[in-house]
Every structure is written in structure tokens, then in C-alpha cells.
Ligand binder design. Structure first.
Ligand code: NAI
Length: 392
């Protein structure tokens, strides 16, 4: 099937960005939102984004106008009926998404691919609402969609292989880096990244180090672009807490994903981060950021602990077949800009070293949260590496 026209349902943060991506790639695009103000807002937003591209010399005026001209703004869902691929990016509620998919099936041709941009819901349960679940798939973009190169493609249990292959090929042709992952909570990035936040919170809660020192250790010593507390304040503590809580619940209360009371209280207080003027740090006028202790020995210990937990999580995702080792590393370096792929990092540090660090944490706390992934232990025993021929 030749995919010419792309339908987008929901013109919020994600929908408008995906619309811009698809139109820039040369597709006719139809965007629908059930709120006219949202549609108008998205229209102005895309126009502004394209104008900015022109100012920066990345697009000519004529190109920007052609891209904008390829997007139609529809006030009824039926507007997408002629599309070969529809990407849904509406509220994160299963019943609302299922209702939209049911309606889409009545409006579109039977071979139209129906994709969801969900971050945390089961693609399989969205597909289950459809008469033809084999054409339903997860295509998970990152925010902002035009800038973030990573896209996670998550086929549902029912998805046809041809549908998966076609989506991988298509989104790849838009200049995106596509990773394929199992339909499991958080896919790759939102699952593997959890310890970056939770272990930092734990270290702080235990009084081992303060937030500024943890942030300093992760950026200055670890090479991460932002420290965990700065990043949580940037994302918004409400959003970050909700992702942690939903991951934890979706994994049947897996202790590794257990949310933190510190963060919960911040959310309750309305200290949501930058957008609220206060989060872990104070962003009010005249506020001075706290100074890290810059104790290198302490900093290295913190980095080692958080990084080991991240490596363990990446190894466990591989153990459960969520994605390939190469895709897990690619997802973390491009989806959240980690300085190294975690599995390649494990190879470099030595898998035995990682296992020892996990076992020391487990011995100290006797909590399931610190159990070493069976795959990591097995690989250490067998002297194997994730990338025997070097980093891919
Ligand atoms: P948003 O709240 O910015 O936009 C959602 C839009 O959908 C709103 O304009 C709303 O009017 C519209 N809408 C709601 N119900 C509708 C319906 N029944 N029919 C048509 N339009 C409807 O939300 P956002 O952030 O764009 O998220 C959309 C989806 O993308 C969610 O599933 C979310 O989990 C996912 N996602 C969000 C990311 C983010 O960073 N915001 C990143 C990746 C995925």
C-alpha cells in the first residue's frame, strides 16, 4: 500500500509535532481535534515553527508554505477517512482511545493502518477494540516530535508483520531512528530510564548526598546532559511522578519502579518544577541555586550506583525480549540523550563489576529493588559481552 495521506487525531503537544513531521516528509496530512480552539492553536503553532525554520535558513519560504499547505485542519473525525495511516495522539485514557479507534474503523478503508502514540497504555488492548486488530500498532514519538529523532514502534500482539514492517520503513524514511519494541509498559525509554530518577531520589532520601551534589555527579562526572533533579523539575514532577506510578502499577507493583514519597509530596504541594517556579529547586526571582559539595569520591560512588541500576534495568529489558541490545542502547542515547549506550557502558566497565555492585546493594538493603538481572549474572558467569565485536 502506498501511504500518501496521514491522519492525525488530537492536535495537542504531540499531534501538532507529528503533523509537522509528516507534512515536511511530503505527505498530505489531515489533523482532527474535538476542540476547535486546540485545532486553531495547533495551526498557529505549526505556522510559527515553520517560520522559525525559514528564519534559521533551514527552509525556504516556498518550502515552508508548501509544507503548511499540505496540512488540512478538520472539524470532524470523518476528515481522515481518505488516509492510509492514522496516528492517534489524544488523551491518555484507554476507554476514550478505544472509542476513537472503533469509530475510525467505520470511517476508513479496511487496510488503513491505525496507530497510537500512547506512552503507557497497552497497544494490544487498544487493538482489541477493533474488528481488524491486525492493522493497529503503537508508533511512539518523543517530544518535540520534529526535533527528537527516536521513534519506538510497538506492535500489538495482534499486529500483522507487514503492518509493522511498513511502519518501520515509512517512519525511517522521515529521517527518524526507529526501534522496534515489545508492547510492554514504558516500551524501552520510559522503562529503562526509571532508575535515573528513582535511585537519585533514594540516595537523597537516605541522606547520602544532597540534590545539587547528585546532579553535579551525574553531569560533571557521568557526562549526562542534565542531573536527575534538574531534569525532573524540567519535565514536571506531576508528569514524571505519573509515569513512574503508572509503570509501577502496570508491572504489578514491581519494587524497582516504586514511586518516591519525596516526589509525591512535591506534587501534592504543587512544587511541580520549572513551570511552577518551584520544584526540587527554587526558580523564583533572586533565588540562588544550591552549591554541590564537589566531593569527587562521593560523586563517583553516586554515579556508579545510579549507572549500575540503569545498566541492570537495560539488561533486564533485554532479558525479557523488549528489544535488541543495539536498539536499547540507541533508544537511550537518542530518546533521552544518555552519553553512552548502557549496555556498551556495561561492556566497558566490565559486567562482573556491575554484578558485584548490584550484589553489594542487595546485601546492604535486602530489597528486591536491588536484585541483579539474571541476564547480567549469566553473562558475567559466561564471560560474555553485550557487543562482542565492539559497539554497534
Ligand atoms: P495534549 O493534552 O497536549 O493533547 C491532546 C489533544 O487531544 C487535545 O488537543 C485534546 O483536545 C484532544 N482530544 C482529546 N480527546 C479527543 C477525542 N476524543 N478526539 C479528538 N481529539 C481529542 O496531549 P499530548 O501530550 O499531545 O499527548 C497525546 C498522546 O501522546 C498521549 O497518549 C500521550 O501519552 C502521548 N505522548 C505524549 C508525550 C509528551 O511528551 N507529551 C510524549 C509521547 C507520547
Amino acid at each position: 500500500m502506498n501511504i500518501l495521506c496521514i491522519g492525525i487525531i488530537g492536535s495537542g503537544t504531540m499531534g501538532r509535532g507529528i503533523a509537522q513531521v509528516a507534512a515536511t516528509a511530503g505527505h498530505e496530512v489531515v489533523v482532527y481535534d474535538n476542540r476547535l480552539e486546540a485545532l486553531e492553536d495547533a495551526r498557529n503553532f505549526v505556522q510559527r515553527m515553520l517560520n522559525r525554520q525559514v528564519e534559521k535558513g533551514r527552509l525556504t519560504d516556498a518550502e515552508a508554505r508548501a509544507i503548511f499547505g499540505r496540512i488540512r485542519w478538520a472539524d470532524a473525525l470523518a476528515g481522515v477517512s481518505g488516509c492510509q495511516l492514522v496516528i492517534e495522539a489524544i488523551v491518555e485514557h484507554l476507554d476514550v482511545k478505544q472509542a476513537v479507534f472503533r469509530e475510525l474503523e467505520t470511517l476508513t478503508a479496511p487496510e488503513t493502518i491505525l496507530a497510537t502514540n500512547t506512552s503507557s497504555l497497552s497497544v494490544t488492548s487498544i487493538a482489541a477494540a477493533c474488528k481488524h486488530p491486525e492493522r493497529v500498532i503503537g508508533i511512539h514519538f518523543f517530544n518535540p516530535a520534529p526535533l527528537m529523532r527516536l521513534v519506538e514502534v510497538a506492535p500489538a500482539l495482534q499486529t500483522a508483520e507487514t503492518v509493522r514492517d511498513q511502519c518501520v520503513q515509512l517512519v525511517g524514511s522521515w529521517g527518524k531512528l526507529v526501534v522496534v519494541c515489545k508492547d510492554t509498559p514504558g516500551f524501552i525509554v520510559n522503562r529503562v530510564a526509571r532508575p535515573f530518577y528513582s535511585e537519585a531520589l533514594r540516595i537523597c532520601e537516605e541522606g547520602i548526598a544532597d540534590m545539587a551534589t547528585i546532579d553535579w555527579a551525574m553531569t560533571e562526572l557521568g557526562g549526562f546532559r542534565m542531573g536527575p533533579f534538574t531534569l525532573m523539575d524540567f519535565i514536571g514532577n506531576d508528569v514524571n511522578y505519573a509515569v513512574t506510578e503508572s509503570t509501577w502499577k502496570a508491572f504489578f507493583h514491581e519494587p524497582r519502579y516504586k514511586p518516591s514519597f519525596t516526589q509525591k509530596r512535591l506534587v501534592e504541594a504543587g512544587w511541580l518544577g520549572r513551570k511552577a517556579g518551584r520544584g526540587y529547586y527554587d526558580y523564583g526571582e533572586g533565588a540562588t541555586p544550591p552549591e554541590p559539595t564537589r566531593d569527587e569520591k562521593l560523586g563517583r560512588a553516586i554515579l556508579h550506583r545510579i549507572r549500575t541500576m540503569l545498566i541492570n534495568e537495560a539488561a533486564d529489558a533485554l532479558f525479557w525480549g523488549v528489544a535488541t541490545a543495539a536498539d536499547i542502547d540507541l533508544a537511550m542515547t537518542t530518546g533521552v540523550n544518555y552519553p553512552r549506550g548502557l549496555l556498551a557502558w556495561a561492556d566497558e566497565l566490565g559486567i562482573q563489576t556491575c554484578v558485584k555492585a548490584m550484589d553489594e546493594l542487595y546485601d546492604e538493603y535486602r530489597e528486591d529493588r536491588y536484585r541483579c538481572s539474571p541476564l547480567l549474572r549469566r553473562m558475567a558467569r559466561e564471560g560474555r559481552k553485550f557487543f562482542p565485536k565492539g559497539e554497534s
